[in-house]
Each structure stands twice: as structure tokens, then as C-alpha cells.
Design a protein around this ligand. Structure first.
Ligand code: AMP
Ligand code: DBH
Length: 550
């Protein structure tokens, strides 16, 4: 897939012998992602599918609501293959709209609630979106105002649908058809279902095209590996649109199994531990700093967490020391998850011994067809046990980013392996251990920051001659961002707080604002004259709480 493929048959642009093999093996079944809701609505209509505060929606209700949205979209002139940007937090409406879009064949870009003007405007423009979905407010932030700013930045107006009180934009009710009609031209399972986001390592996030067939395979197998069933209750504590809580096995895996998804408005221990106790949650997936915050808070919080069977931790490296604390503190089993929105997901398994669960990031979903190569800088395969670049190809790993042929030539091998940018080692049992990263990215507690994106913004400041953003170790988040800045000749050093405000004012998400800024005269260079981030990283002092910005 070089990005020129037909989105209504995304998988048709994969090599024909590969697609035939995946079908024959039963990986791609021809079922769409919204099919699971319809199936349970038929078999067990009254079963609760999701809980959002005091709201409990049955499978029948979720199914009906998805139908109403799908009908409403088509009645308003949306067509299969049209794109929209979806920025909804963890509320029931996220799934109402998500399944409605999928049913109509309208393709959401899966934005996160933390995204701001720069990211949303870029998604709208790059995807050629016809509409933007936002909440009224979330976490104290006014998303209606944000949507107005995005609209003002766009060359062509698009529709904005707001979940909440009527205001300057369209209410979601505009899309809720009174009498839903069957979709005349339902999308195929090989079609583009949605565009996931890459944490990225270049200037702007890449869009990841996922089809129903490939995504459903990963969801279905994830649900099986994690032992989900109708009695499973999943706490969705990370942003619902993110690949981990959506699909590993996440909310979709839980719906697939006929279980119940409980939506947490935020992952703080105060919110999440109370919900685990109240809703008798059986599993959840979080990033390492969230897991550690829960473990620290659990003894004093006094909640009954006895229903919790499985805590999944992924998105960033979990140290062995931290891993050892989690199970005992929360009274449940631990599973490490190493995944990526581009595809490949690894899990430690229930049958793995304790040390494997504590010290590895798991093994791929498919023993047979997740092809994993570990190579040196020249793409030569390394023997097991050596650390190298992880390349992967398989039944749910993309063959290319959406409409990015130049980038794809660098990020994929000629025979379709995705260059993950991760440095890993394989153990004799086939488990992977993440040892580091070759990509120019900072993993800030699971939130990925592309260094270049932040550097480009800093370069726009009149006092800045050059900027280089690197990771510094932090006990709590794993990594934080440090921006080294070279000032223009004669320029006075701006206060770091002002430079940080400059990045925020450029419209970037808060988690991308550098944690620390240091002024230097020059950057260390590599042999061929490039900035040596390795040397910059090695000279940086670790993060200390005293560094916290005023
Ligand atoms: P993205 O491509 O934005 O979906 O982010 C996926 C990346 O997150 C992976 O390529 C890894 O760099 C990182 N990642 C995810 N899970 C883990 C984990 N369990 N341990 C270490 N890194 C992880
Ligand atoms: O970090 C990730 O992107 C991630 C982590 C765990 C992911 O996409 C996943 C599981 O599916």
C-alpha cells in the first residue's frame, strides 16, 4: 500500500497472495467492526454494553443509536469514504458516533482529547475532513471554542457537531435520524474503517489506515488471548480513541466478547479505583505511570478491588522493579502489552512464568504470521539475543501510512515490513524485550512526542536560532522532554516559561510543551555533521521535581 490504493478496498492493494493466505487462514473473515454490536443486539438485546456514569446502554440501544447516526449522516449528504475528525472523550457518545460512522462507511480520524488547534487543523486539512466532532467541554477545557479556532484556520468551512448543550455549532441531535433506514450501500470489510494516529517521529503525525478485516482480527485474537467473555467488565481509563484501550483488547475486544465497557472520564486513582469497585471491573489497560499511581493510592483508598483480575500495562517500558509492585498492590495478575497503532501487538500470556511477565513485553498475537525481524543498521538479520531494529509484517500491520508515499519509502522495506523504530531483543521463548528506540521521539509516560514537531515550532520564535528536543529520564513518567535551544546572535534569552507559552500558543497539545528548556552555544555533532541527539541525551541531567515549571 503506497497510499494511492482505493480506500473502499484498502486491503485490495496488499499483495494478492498475502491477502489470499490471510483469508484462507481465517484471519480476515469479511465481518465489519460494527457487526459485533448488531450480533449482540440480536442475541442478547438487553445486556448492558456500556456504562457512563449513571447511563447504562444495552447492546440493543447502542445498535439503534448507531443506526440513527448512520442514517442521519447519509441523509445529510455524507458518503462512504468521506472523512471526519472525531475528538470525543470517554463518554457513551464516543461509541454512538464511532459505530454510526463505521456503519455509514464514513471514516473518522481518531483524534485525542488532548489535541489542540495545530493538530486538529492539520487532521482536518490533510484528511480533507467534512466534519469535526467535539465535546462541549472536557477536563475544564472549552472544545467549542477550540472548534471555532479550527474553523477559522481552515480555507473551506466544514460542519462541527458538538456533544452537549446547543451553542454556536450543530448539536449531535442533528445527526440522530428519527426513523433510521438501512444503509443502502454498506461498506465492505476490506474498506478503510478509520485513520489511527501515529505518535510519529517527523514534523507532523502520520495517519494510519486500518480496515475492518485487519483490525477485527487483532481485536478478536486479543480478546481470546486475554480470556474475555460475556462476564468481562473493561474499564476504559485511557482515551477511548487510542489504539491500546480501543483494541488490545480494549473496548472493542470487550464488545466482541459481549461484555461491558465502563468509561472513566480520567485515569486518576480517585476516579478509576472508585469505578473499579463500584462497577466490579475485571480488567483494564493503562500506561506505566497510571499503574504506579494506582498502586501507590490503593492501600489508603480503601476500595474493594477484588473484582479486578487483570491489569494490562503498555505504551511505554515498564521497569522490572515497577512491574514487581503492581500485582501485589492491586491484588491482580499483570500483563505487559507492547503495541503500536500501525499494527503489531505483543502480550505476555497467562501461561508465562512470573519472570517472563515481569521482564518482557510479550510475544506477538500470531505465532505463525506476525513476522518479526531484528536487524542491524544495514537490515541484516541478527541472531536471537542481540538487540536490533524491530521490523514487522503481518495480518494487521499496515503496509503504508495514508497518502504519504515519500515517508513510506523510508518507514517500510520494499517487501512491506514496517520499520517500528524500536530497538528490541528476542528471548529463546520468542518474547520481545524493548531495549530502546532509534526513532526521534520522546515517550512521555506513553504519550509520544515527535521531537521534530516541537523543534519546528520553537524555530518559529524570533529569538531561536536552532532547537533540539531530547528525552531526559524521569522516575515517574519514564521520560520527559528537554529542549536545547541556541539563541540568535544578539538575542536575549527569553524566560523558559515564555518559550513554553509560545509552544502552547502555537496550538500544540499540552503534553508536547517541553518540560525543560536549556540554552546552549552549540549542539554536539555526529561524524557527518548531524546533531548528535545521543550526545545531547547523555549530557542532560535527569528530571528532578525542582525542574517543574513555575
Ligand atoms: P504509536 O506508533 O504511536 O502507536 O506508538 C507505539 C510505540 O509505543 C511503539 O513503537 C513503542 O515505541 C512504544 N511502546 C508501546 N508499548 C510499549 C511497551 N510495552 N514498552 C515499550 N515501548 C512501548
Ligand atoms: O503505545 C501504543 O500505541 C500501544 C500500546 C499497547 C498500542 O497501540 C497498543 C497496545 O495496541
Amino acid at each position: 500500500m503506497t497510499g494511492t490504493g482505493d480506500d473502499t478496498d484498502l486491503l485490495g492493494s496488499w499483495p494478492a497472495d498475502t491477502t489470499a493466505r490471510y483469508r484462507a487462514a481465517g484471519y480476515w473473515t469479511g465481518e465489519r467492526l460494527d457487526g459485533m454490536i448488531r450480533r449482540h443486539a440480536g442475541n442478547r438485546p438487553g445486556r448492558i454494553a456500556l456504562t457512563d456514569g449513571e447511563r447504562h446502554w444495552s447492546y440493543a440501544e447502542l445498535d439503534r443509536r448507531a443506526d440513527r447516526i448512520a442514517s442521519g449522516l447519509l441523509a445529510r449528504g455524507f458518503r462512504p469514504g468521506d472523512r471526519v475528525v472525531l475528538q470525543l472523550p470517554n463518554t457513551a457518545e464516543f461509541f454512538e458516533v464511532f459505530f454510526g460512522l463505521l456503519r455509514a462507511g464514513v471514516v473518522p480520524v481518531m483524534a485525542l482529547p488532548a489535541h489542540r488547534r495545530a493538530e486538529l487543523t492539520y487532521f482536518c486539512e490533510f484528511a480533507g475532513a467534512r466534519a469535526l466532532f467535539v465535546p462541549e467541554r472536557h477536563a475544564g477545557y472549552d472544545h467549542r471554542q477550540l472548534a471555532s479556532e479550527v474553523l477559522a484556520a481552515l480555507a473551506e468551512p466544514i460542519e462541527v457537531f458538538v456533544v452537549g448543550e446547543p451553542g454556536p455549532h450543530l448539536p449531535l441531535d442533528e445527526l440522530r435520524a428519527e426513523r433510521p433506514r438501512p444503509v443502502a450501500d454498506p461498506p465492505a470489510a476490506t474498506a478503510l474503517a478509520f485513520l489511527q494516529l501515529s505518535g510519529g517521529s517527523t514534523g507532523l503525525p502520520k495517519l494510519i489506515p486500518r480496515a475492518h478485516d485487519d483490525y477485527l482480527y487483532s481485536v478478536r485474537e486479543s480478546a481470546r488471548i486475554c480470556g474475555l467473555g460475556p462476564s468481562s467488565v473493561y474499564l476504559c481509563a485511557l482515551p477511548a480513541a487510542h489504539n491500546f484501550p480501543l483494541s488490545s483488547p480494549g473496548s472493542l475486544g470487550t464488545f466482541f466478547a459481549g461484555g461491558r465497557v465502563v468509561l472513566a472520564p480520567d485515569p486518576s486513582p480517585g476516579t478509576a479505583l472508585a469505578l473499579i469497585a463500584r462497577e466490579r471491573v475485571t480488567l483494564t489497560g493503562v500506561v506505566p505511570p497510571v499503574a504506579l499511581a494506582w498502586a501507590d493510592a490503593a492501600p489508603q483508598a480503601g476500595h474493594d478491588l477484588s473484582s479486578l483480575e487483570l491489569l494490562q500495562v503498555g505504551g511505554a517500558k515498564l521497569s522490572e522493579e515497577a512491574a514487581r509492585r503492581l500485582g501485589p498492590a492491586l491484588g491482580c495478575r499483570l500483563q505487559q502489552v507492547f503495541g503500536m497503532a500501525e499494527g503489531l501487538v505483543n502480550y505476555t500470556r497467562p501461561e508465562d512464568d512470573e519472570l517472563t511477565v515481569l521482564t518482557t513485553q510479550g510475544r506477538p498475537i500470531s505465532d505463525l504470521d506476525d513476522e518479526v525481524r531484528i536487524v542491524d543498521d544495514q537490515d541484516r538479520d541478527l541472531p536471537d539475543g542481540s538487540t536490533g531494529h524491530l521490523l514487522t509484517r503481518g495480518p494487521y500491520t499496515i503496509r503504508g501510512y495514508w497518502r504519504a508515499p515519500e515517508h513510506n519509502a523510508r518507514s517500510f522495506t520494499a517487501d512491506g515490513f514496517y520499520r517500528t523504530g524500536d530497538l528490541v531483543r528476542r528471548t529463546p521463548t520468542g518474547h520481545l524485550v524493548v531495549e530502546g528506540r532509534a526513532k526521534d521521539q520522546i515517550n512521555r509516560g506513553g504519550e509520544k512526542v515527535a521531537a521534530e514537531e516541537v523543534e519546528n515550532v520553537l524555530l518559529g520564535h524570533p529569538a531561536v536560532h536552532d532547537a533540539s528536543v531530547v528525552a531526559v529520564p524521569d522516575e515517574y513518567l519514564g521520560e520527559r522532554t528537554l529542549a536545547y535551544v541556541i539563541l540568535r546572535q544578539g538575542a536575549d534569552a527569553p524566560r523558559p516559561a515564555l518559550l513554553r507559552a509560545f509552544v502552547r500558543a502555537a496550538g500544540l497539545a499540552d503534553y508536547k510543551v517541553p518540560d525543560r528548556i536549556e540554552f546552549v552555544d552549540a549542539f554536539p555533532q555526529t561524524g557527518i555533521g548531524k546533531v548528535s541527539k545521543k550526545d545531547l541525551r547523555s549530557t542532560a541531567a535527569p528530571w528532578s521535581p525542582a525542574d517543574a515549571p513555575e
